[in-house]
Design a protein around this ligand. Structure first.
Ligand code: PGA
Length: 259
């Protein structure tokens, strides 16, 4: 795990976006795994700026998103398909037919999940997977107690995730947040060739500490990334506050990145 600690989320988002821009320049047919939530928005804006400046093109890039709420169609303004269209896809030159988000309205959700896994496999696997982290240590919607070998499936949200997401996306109304989602599994995510996880704000302090310095445990599904050999964690100072070796991580990553 490489832990990059930046002063601000803006700085961390720029570095992460640059990593993706460089990878797309190198391989215009890159396969991206994408995430929703408030965390990646700044990074998506930076990616869009690079497209506008004609530094990079996503015309041949394919993407698969991590998750979607069960029961929300892609046209619903709280669905993750809608979020991705607004926050990234409409701002870059990616072909919408090359973007994939699980269908929360699928009649047979398990078949939908199976199909999704097959599509990713057929595309050659995910080259770079973008992740946020929940305050309970989840990645995608893989809540505490989810097997670290899990595959894409129907999952059940914890009360803390429902609370977090209501605050941000459902005008604070917890009862409006769906309690189930379709989500890539931890095992699925860990098969990506490279991982970029972003964590910002004090609310993520405990989750970041558990993920990096706790044991590998299904209690914090992000800790599975300890077993990945190309996982980059971009934190701001607030989310990194509880890391015991933060000075060492900051020095190591700065040296490696030639800063
Ligand atoms: P957030 O969500 O970016 O809105 O904090 C992160 C997550 O739940 O993975």
């Amino acid at each position: 795990m490489e832990i990059v600690i930046c002063k601000t989320k803006e700085e961390a988002s720029k570095l992460a976006a640059q990593m993706i821009t460089d990878a797309v320049k190198k391989n215009p047919k890159l396969v991206l795994g994408l995430a929703t939530g408030s965390t990646p928005v700044l990074m998506y804006n930076e990616m869009a700026k690079a497209v506008k400046a004609k530094k990079v093109s996503y015309k041949q890039v394919k993407s698969w998103n991590l998750d979607e709420y069960v029961g929300l169609p892609g046209t619903h303004d709280q669905s993750y398909r809608y979020f991705m269209n607004k926050n990234l896809f409409e701002k870059i030159d990616i072909k919408i037919s090359n973007t994939h988000v699980l269908d929360g309205m699928a009649k047979d959700p398990e078949a939908e999940c199976k199909k999704y896994e097959e599509q990713i496999k057929k595309a050659g696997g995910i080259d770079i997977q973008v992740l946020g982290i929940g305050s309970d240590g989840h990645i995608a919607f893989n809540e505490p107690g989810t097997s670290l070998a899990s595959r894409t499936s129907v999952v059940y949200l914890t009360p803390s995730t429902i609370k977090d997401n209501a605050r941000l996306f459902f005008k604070g109304k917890e009862k409006e947040v769906p309690t189930r989602a379709l989500s890539m599994g931890v095992g699925t995510i860990c098969e990506a060739k490279k991982i970029i996880l972003l964590a910002f704000g004090e609310n993520k302090q405990n989750a970041v500490q558990q993920m990096v310095e706790g044991g590998v445990s299904q209690f914090c599904t992000a800790s599975a990334l300890q077993l990945h050999n190309d996982a980059w964690i971009f934190c701001d100072e607030a989310s990194a506050k509880k890391l015991k070796l933060k000075k060492y991580y900051a020095w190591r990553s700065a040296t490696k990145m030639g800063k």
